[in-house]
Structures are given as structure tokens and as C-alpha cells.
Design a binder for this molecule. Sequence first.
Ligand code: ACO
Length: 338
Amino acid sequence: MKKLPRTKTRQPARTVSIIGTGSYVPEKIITNADLEKMVDTNEEWITSRTGIRERRIAAEGEHTSHMAARAAERAMEQAGITAEDIDLIILATVTPDTFFPSTACHVQRLLGARKAACFDISAACSGFLYGIEVAQQFISNHTCNTILVIGADKLSSIVNWQDRNTCVLFGDGAGAAILRYRAGSHGVITTFMGSDGNYGDILHMPGGGCALPVTKENFEQRLNTLHMNGRETFKQAVTSMLAAANKALEQSGLTIEDLTCIIPHQANLRIIEALAERLNLPLSKFQINLDRYGNTSAAAVAIALDEANRTGRFKQGDYILMVVFGGGLTYASSVVQW
Ligand code: ACO
């Protein structure tokens, strides 16, 4: 019988490492004091209920793809690769430049990453870790060698700036990582992903899609802006992040004591405090930057990862846990040996 050719998937699975990270936030800062002039709110309420002090807002004409490309350039520089080395660009966002082309394709053009295939992921704030898992699969089964994963959002473009319940929470930014096989390293040990579509309406943008296309009436009702049930989202966030963290630890065979650093989604300091308490960990183990950037959606965990990496919060060989939740509902967690 004729012998079948060796297929890609018959090769042994490869371990996948994050070999570079980068991030970008716009220059313009909106402080809590600035928001006091825009809606009926006050500095004390925002700081005590959320931990957020200021957020960055994209400039006129600065799109999700522009922020993503800046973050990607920094990640490529750290990884020591060029745009030509990239086989695949995966970009997580809920604020794409256009429905199509994908924002990943816009980034490809900006970077000159001619050889890359490109697509977007829609998993709200969980999108960056969903992207890490997809990249891990593509590299470990030899489909790709070098993948750029980006989390980028311009939430200022879909926030209702007259709604004090939401406008104080969000900001704009982008974070990126380069993933590649690296011999002799454990890299991404495991990623857990989950979703629950039954809770879709606690955090969503009802209009703008084919279910409710933009009409004058919809626009006037602000259906093309972000809507949120804050209390329910808070509850679901704590529950799902705790479950995801425990699941990733179980899958990796590690215990909480093995972790050097936890990088959580940056939505609300009280959510992170609740998670720390339930995991029985001091808050000092968590990388937190929401006081400076607010919730940047898919970018949040990616920016925090880059800041932790660049400030030496962990060294090669250390174990870190990233854990996120977002609209959908979606949630995810990754254990990485750096
Ligand atoms: N300034 C002043 N008062 C406010 C403001 C504000 N900016 N926003 C709400 N309030 C008022 C409310 O109207 C309410 O008043 P009332 O009691 O007279 O009705 C009061 O403050 C308390 O409201 P709560 O909703 O109970 O406040 P809570 O302590 O739950 O905090 C918050 C609200 C910050 C939104 C919190 O619930 C939260 O963080 N939820 C999770 C949000 C989140 O993580 N979203 C992002 C998800 S990730 C993604 O995919 C994008």
C-alpha cells in the first residue's frame, strides 16, 4: 500500500512562548475631574466604586488599527523580529475600524506584514486570551511559526458620553504579543476559555448589527452605544474569573503558590480585590493599571502583561496567570511559564 505523506499534524506538538510584548495608549487623558464637568458624577464616587482615576482617549482620526499597530511595533522590536516574519495576525476587538475588512487586515497594511493571514476575534474583554489560545493551537500543530496577537479597543467610540453609569469606566488602548515556538521552554502551558450566551444582554451594544441596523430612531435612542447592567456584570465577573483561574491552575497541575504574578482584566479594583480574597492572595501579587487607563476591553490584559513584563515583575521560568471576563459573557485564563 502506498505510504501517505507525512502531514503537519503528525509532527509532535510544539511548545509556544511569548517572545515579545508591546502596548500603546493615546496621549489624551480624561480625569475624573474632567468627567464631573460632563455628567452628574464626582471624583469620590468614581475612585471609591471603581479605583479608576483617569483614562486615555484616542485622538481625532486615531482608530483601533493605529493603536494596535503601535503596540505591535513595540512587541516586534522586543521580540527581535520584522513584520515580514509574521505568519498570522489575530486581533481581538469589539470596536473594529470597519466591519470588514477586519481590523487585523488594516494592521497588516500599516505594518507591511505581507506574508500574514489576518482575522479578528469578537470576545469582548476576553478576546486577547482567546487569541493566545488560537495562536497556541496554530503554532503547536505546525500551521504557523510566528503569530502576532493583539487586543485593541477604542471604547470611547461606542460609549454613551451622557450615561454616567458607563462613561466613567472605559478608555482606549492596545496591547500585543508575539508568539513563537521556543525550544527548551514551557511557554503557554494551558488556556481555558468559556462563554455563556444567556447573559449576553447584561453587557452589549444592541444596535449597529443586522438585528438592529442603524436608523435615525435607533441612533436617537443610543442603541449603537454600550449598555450595561453594572451590578449583574460585577457578580458574573467575580464568579467567572474565579472559576477560570481555578480551571487553568487545575489544567496546568500548578497551585496558587506557584504563581509569581496574576494579570487580571482591568475593569474595577473591587472586582480584583474580590478575586484576590477568594484566591487567598495578597493584592500585591496582581498587576493593576486600571487607575491610569480604566477598562480598555480587549487591550486591558495585554497592556497589563506588557507593563508587568517591562517592569520586571517576573523573570524567565516564573509562572504567571492571566484571567479575564467580558461581554458575551466570555471568560478565559492562561497559565504561562515565562
Ligand atoms: N457617579 C455617581 N453616581 C453613579 C455613577 C457615577 N458615575 N454611576 C452610577 N451611579 C449611581 C447609580 O445611579 C446608583 O444610584 P441609585 O442608588 O440612586 O440608583 C448608585 O450610584 C449605585 O449604583 P450601583 O450600580 O449599585 O453601583 P455599584 O457599586 O454596583 O458600582 C459599577 C457600579 C462601578 C458599574 C459596578 O457595578 C461595576 O464595576 N460593575 C462591573 C462593570 C464592568 O466590569 N464592566 C465591564 C465589563 S468588561 C467588557 O466586556 C467591556
